[in-house]
Design a protein around this ligand. Structure first.
Ligand SMILES: *Cc1c(COP(=O)(O)O)cnc(C)c1O
Length: 377
């Protein structure tokens, strides 16, 4: 059996090698390394994938979040609501801009921002909500958007982990992740569902005026070359990465399907295991399984399980071992943080299994067998 990896980027490359190599060579042949033609081509393709939304690609997903917040014209001390359980980048950009992160606990089933606790976190300083579609599953956007509208708050979707996902609304309408908020942010970090071979990111919006602002902010605050109307940043998608992403975007739905098949096999394999909880799938959502994250029962020692699986050749990861409200980068600025018991519990009890687009059936079967064995089932 082939060695099991959390993500198999080499195996994935082998499947698309001819197209990727050609795309890279074409960029080198043209020697247009900054904002070369491949960037525009990719932006257009990404827009088409998102029903024609405006696309601004940028250097990485963290920059995308920062640019999105900068585009909202906020004042220092304005409050931004984020889930307490996410990758810290979501919170870091808020701090970086002198804004104040305010946390809402997550739902123990979906790991996403719990809308039932959202209104209690809103104050007269709240300006925006940044829901995260964590691990590949869309947050409860219908509820979040209704509350945002009621309080006139902007919504920035952190869609770094869930490109290609969707939810079905109460009226039966299917809505794609990244097209529900005012702005949404993508990351093309290599291990993401749509990953490049380095860093990359993008912002999406359906609002033309907002798009123009985003575009200027990502480009040194210029609306017109050498005329700097505001302080922006320099955040560009590399032309080589854009060329690679155009090849991979064509595969994205197939890649997400491959992840869903691995997840379905895991779900079936762990069905009778009472010591682990498999990822909950909200009815009507398309879970794209950026991660397949187990919640361990209290009687399972996570470190022990992780070590035992590693010994059997099965890598696992802990996303995330410390919730946002307990991160020193935050508490050194805002020491007064409440309790977010679900986020705290999850950070002690989650464990992510290998999931990617190139997994073999025998690897999946072996992982199921070993996890069941090690957890006493
Ligand atoms: C990956 C990720 C980011 C940051 O993306 P980078 O491209 O690594 O900067 C932000 N938020 C979430 C939820 C992520 O998973």
């Amino acid at each position: 059996m082939q060695q099991i990896q959390m993500v198999d980027l080499k195996g994935q490359y082998q499947q698309i090698k001819t197209d990727i190599d050609q795309a890279i060579q074409a960029v080198i042949d043209q020697a247009a390394f900054i904002n070369g033609g491949a960037v525009g081509t990719f932006n257009t393709a990404l827009s088409a994938y998102h029903q024609g939304a405006y696309v601004q690609s940028c250097g990485n997903g963290t920059d995308a979040l920062q640019i999105a917040l900068m585009a909202l014209e906020l004042e220092p001390g304005d409050e931004i609501i984020t889930p307490a359980f996410t990758y810290f980048a979501t919170v870091e950009v808020v701090l970086l801009l002198g804004l104040k992160p305010v946390f809402v606990d997550v739902d123990p089933q979906t790991f996403n921002l719990d809308p039932a606790q959202l209104e209690a976190a809103i104050s007269n300083k709240t300006r925006a909500i940044v829901p995260v579609h964590l691990f590949g599953q869309c947050a409860d956007m219908e509820a979040i958007l209704a509350i945002a509208q009621k309080h006139q708050l902007k919504v920035i979707e952190d869609n770094a982990q869930s490109i290609g996902g969707s939810i079905t609304c109460a009226d039966g309408r299917i809505r794609q992740t990244g097209l529900m908020g005012d702005i949404s942010c993508l990351s093309f970090f290599p291990s993401k569902n749509l990953g490049c071979y380095g860093d990359g990111g993008a912002l999406l919006t359906k609002d033309e005026a907002l798009y123009k602002k985003i575009k200027a902010i990502a480009n040194h605050g210029q609306y017109q070359k050498y005329h700097h109307e505001r302080v922006g940043i320099n955040s560009r998608l590399d032309t080589l990465q854009a060329a690679i992403l155009s090849v991979k975007l064509k595969q994205l739905d197939q890649y997400n399907l491959a992840r869903q098949q691995v997840a379905a096999a895991y779900d079936a394999g762990f069905k009778h295991n009472t010591h682990i909880k498999t990822p909950f799938k909200t009815p009507g959502t398309t879970h794209v399984y950026h991660q397949y994250t187990l919640t361990l029962s209290d009687d399972i020692d996570r470190d022990q399980l992780k070590a035992a699986l590693a010994e059997k050749g099965i890598p696992t990861m802990i996303y995330y071992p410390l919730p946002c409200h307990q991160q020193k980068a935050l508490t050194s600025i805002y020491p007064e943080q409440g309790n977010f018991p679900v986020a705290e519990h999850l950070s002690r009890k989650v464990l992510s299994l290998p999931i990617h687009t190139e997994m073999f059936e025998e690897q999946i079967a072996y992982i199921i067998e070993q996890v069941n064995q090690q957890t006493g089932n």
